[in-house]
Design a protein around this ligand. Structure first.
Ligand code: GLA
Length: 321
């Protein structure tokens, strides 16, 4: 077996990781060996890169972008519009027109600075998890219900080299998925330039139970005829509802994680014609948001490489097909 995830999957899809400036140094060997697509974990989010109206903070994003280019890796942009990481100035003294003009200027500047980005998460998490349709955000309050279309139009005008994605989580929950698909179809009908479906795939041990739901879900997304990217994959060692502080995951939990990864990749390989990239939300278990969310300091590890950057059993499960 060849010991490189991107090599093993080269006839299926690109293999990505979310990284940040320290990680491209501390995890350099691991990244270069296994991954061929990178995403900035936080560095391109609105508030980070454009904290004040007339001040951009490109330094961190530049580091990741240059690292990717110097090493021949592809790079995704994440995320142009989101309800978090909104800088204070953005909706101050604003109106629909002003907010859209500010977005346009921002998009244009990012497009010029990062022309090699091949896919952008143009809009992140705009749909409601509960009974509502849209998530209530400053964007919808200020711009109005057609903000999805408007944001994609703006992106289409400037991000000419990138595929344009709508990205969201709980993507296999039937209620959320219905909204997701309805909104994509509405945008297609309105002529908004959406070219990709971003499925975050923050999974947990709940998913050991029903893989039918994931397979049925993928089938529905595939029918849209758009590119699919798995954008933020990890498999928490706990079920979602478990918010206890445990000292360490159990052997049984690790075994279940292996099973979820194995089953998931089996489904993903079936959709290799639609899926272009599978990105993990991190490179190895030593640096991952799961170590502080939803329980700060709880040991968790949702990725394929352990804290020493060594392949876990889940890695071998994913490579064995
Ligand atoms: C969401 C966002 C990501 C990241 C993760 C958790 O899924 O899209 O940018 O913040 O949460 O870290």
């Amino acid at each position: 077996m060849k010991f490189s995830l991107k090599e093993i999957y080269k006839d299926y899809f690109n293999i990505g990781a979310a990284v940040n400036p320290p990680v491209i140094e501390t995890h350099k060997d691991l990244i270069l060996q296994h991954f061929n697509s990178l995403t900035c974990e936080n560095e391109m989010k609105f508030g980070n890169i454009h904290p004040e109206e007339n001040r951009y903070n490109f330094e961190s994003a530049d580091k990741v972008y240059s690292f990717a280019r110097e090493n021949g890796l592809m790079i995704r942009g994440h995320a142009l519009v989101w309800h978090q990481e909104i800088p204070q100035w953005l909706f101050q003294n604003s109106s629909r027109e002003i907010a859209l003009a500010r977005l346009e200027e921002h998009t244009k500047i990012l497009a010029e600075r990062y022309p090699d980005i091949y896919a952008w998460d143009v809009l992140n998490e705009g749909l409601d998890d509960g009974d509502g349709f849209y998530r209530n955000t400053p964007w919808i309050e200020t711009v109005g219900e057609d903000y999805f279309e408007k944001v994609f139009e703006t992106a289409g005008k400037h991000l000419k080299n990138a595929a344009l994605f709508y990205n969201d989580y709980n993507e296999f929950d039937p209620k959320k998925q219905e909204k997701y698909i309805r909104k994509i179809k509405e945008m297609q009908k309105a002529g908004a330039p959406v070219s990709g479906v971003g499925l975050q795939c923050h999974l947990g041990l709940n998913h050991a139970v029903d893989f039918g739901e994931i397979r049925r879900g993928m089938e529905e997304y595939a029918k849209l005829g758009l590119k699919i990217h798995i954008t933020e994959l990890d498999v928490s060692l706990y079920p979602f509802e478990d918010k206890e502080m445990h000292t360490a995951p159990t052997f049984e939990q690790y075994k279940q994680q292996v099973r979820v990864y194995k089953e998931l990749f089996k489904v993903l390989r079936e959709y290799k014609n639609e899926i272009e990239t599978v990105t993990f939300w991190g490179a190895a278990d030593d640096v991952t948001w799961l170590n502080y969310f939803p329980v700060k300091g709880r040991k968790n590890g949702g990725l394929l490489f352990d804290e020493e950057h060594e392949p876990k059993e889940a890695f071998y499960a994913v490579c064995d097909f």
